[in-house]
Structure formats: structure tokens, C-alpha cells
Design a protein around this ligand. Structure first.
Ligand code: ADP
Ligand code: MG
Length: 247
């Protein structure tokens, strides 16, 4: 495997708050990598820095060997690096297919793509992906009428519409009922194994992340506390003290 994301000595402060301090970690191409840590430990901030939502104060972020820390969201998204949100961002008044079709603002606009925009192929792909996440029957329903868990599945399908190389998922199972969680995990694993999408996942559900991720990083107070396999992380005393013990 080769490194696809290389975060090196990244720091980010908001006013006086040190959200990320000297964080270094790598994501291997094709892998599922976990990011855990208590609330406020800086996980979402790191995601935002990686995908270009805000500039970093220090350090470097490389994607496929290329420095991206000064790039903006659309540029980074066009390289194939996308994130989803802790709170879903869908248009409740639109149906699922419509949400899928407007979810591609960052697609690589090649000459022919300009003519294919919202073409029949796009519609078919939208329907295919809705089927993939188990929402085909609901494709013409207002997305606002879906359950929260179904909305998260829709958001996942919307991210897939952009054909990401790497997808950063911020607490994908939060607020989802246990029945849907298993379905979502299956789809995430399939996106990784069948579509080859590299996944970096922030997750509080330890059962989920320990089963999925080959490598797990743990943040605490904005700093990297530990890195290792699920087993190593579960047995790491500083991780237990800072996070797992209270979990
Ligand atoms: P996590 O995702 O691990 O819960 P966050 O990255 O959201 O943690 O937050 C880390 C710290 O940075 C928190 O203290 C939070 O209040 C602060 N923070 C995050 N985003 C902002 C922001 N836009 N403005 C000010 N403070 C922020
Ligand atoms: Mg967060």
C-alpha cells in the first residue's frame, strides 16, 4: 500500500483555542482508517483542514504527494477528496434523485461532461447508487420525509455521486438506529472493497470502528495521543484513560 494522505505537523487555532496541535498521521491508499477521541479533541477540525475548509496555521498536508494545504474546497474535491458532515446537508423539499443530481458541484468538468450534465446517464447513476444504499424505493419521496438514518444513507450516496478517491466520514453512524447501522457499515465496506474508495472515518461507536479500520488514530486535547491497530488502541493505557474508559 502507498500513502495517499500525509498530514505532517499540522496545527490549527481558533482565537485562543488550540484545536489541532502538531498532528502527524497518514492514510494508506485503499485502506479504512479510523479517527477517534473525545468530543472537542479536534477530529472535525482536522477533517476541515484536510479538505480545505480553512487554512492551517502550521504543517503540511499532502494528497498523493502533492501539497494541498493552501488549496480551496472545490480544487481539493476535484482531486477526488471529499467529506461528509456530522449533520446531514440535504435539501428536504427535494426528492432523493434531485438531491443526488445537485450533489456534483465539484465534478471534473471535462469538455463532454458539460453536455452530459444531468443527463440520462447521471439519472441512471443516481438511481443505481440509491439502490446501492437501499433507498431505491424512496427515490421519488421528499428527502425531508426520510428518517435521520435514511438521510445519512442519502448523503453517503450523494458523496459517491462525485466518484471520490478518498471519502472522509464524520460520525456516519451517529443518531442512526441499530438496524440501519449494520446496513450502513455493509455499504461503507462495499464502497471500500468494490469501488476501491479509501475511507477515513471519525466514529464514536467503538464496535463499528474497531471492526472496520486497519489503523486507528486517537486524538485528545487537539494532539495525537496514539496510533495503532484496533487491538493496540484498545489496550493502550493513555487511550483508555483519555477516552475508552469513559466510553
Ligand atoms: P471534535 O470533532 O473532536 O469534537 P472539533 O474539531 O469540532 O472537535 O473542535 C476542537 C476544538 O476547536 C473545540 O474546542 C471547538 O470548540 C474548537 N472549534 C472548532 N471549530 C471552531 C470554530 N470554527 N471556531 C472556534 N472554535 C472552534
Ligand atoms: Mg466533530
Amino acid at each position: 500500500m502507498s500513502t495517499i494522505i500525509d498530514v505532517s505537523h499540522v496545527s490549527k487555532t481558533f482565537g485562543g483555542v488550540v484545536a489541532n496541535k502538531n498532528i502527524s498521521l497518514t492514510v494508506e491508499k485503499g485502506a479504512i482508517t479510523g479517527l477517534i477521541g473525545p468530543n472537542g479533541s479536534g477530529k472535525t477540525t482536522l477533517f476541515n483542514s484536510i479538505v480545505g475548509y480553512h487554512p492551517i496555521d502550521a504543517g503540511s498536508i499532502k494528497y498523493e504527494g502533492r501539497e494541498i494545504s493552501a488549496m480551496l474546497v472545490p480544487e481539493i474535491a476535484r482531486l477526488g477528496l471529499l467529506r461528509t458532515f456530522q449533520q446531514t446537508r440535504i435539501y428536504g423539499a427535494m426528492n432523493c434523485v434531485e438531491n443526488m443530481l445537485i450533489s456534483m458541484p465539484h465534478r471534473k468538468m471535462r469538455f463532454l461532461d458539460a453536455f452530459r450534465r444531468n443527463s440520462r446517464q447521471d439519472r441512471e447513476r443516481a438511481e443505481h447508487l440509491l439502490e446501492f444504499v437501499g433507498l431505491y424505493e424512496k427515490r421519488l419521496l421528499r428527502s425531508g420525509s426520510l428518517s435521520f438514518g435514511q438521510q445519512k444513507l442519502l448523503e453517503f450516496a450523494m458523496a459517491l455521486m462525485n466518484e471520490p478517491t478518498v471519502l472522509l466520514l464524520d460520525e456516519p453512524t451517529a443518531g442512526i438506529n441499530p438496524t440501519l447501522i449494520n446496513g450502513l457499515i455493509d455499504r461503507l465496506i462495499k464502497a471500500n472493497t468494490e469501488f476501491g474508495i479509501t475511507l477515513l472515518i471519525i466514529e464514536h461507536n467503538m464496535r463499528v470502528i474497531m471492526n472496520m479500520a486497519e489503523t486507528i488514530y486517537c486524538l485528545a486535547h487537539g494532539e495525537l495521543l496514539a496510533a495503532g491497530t484496533a487491538e493496540e488502541i484498545q489496550n493502550n493505557q493513555s487511550v483508555i484513560d483519555a477516552y475508552l474508559g469513559a466510553h
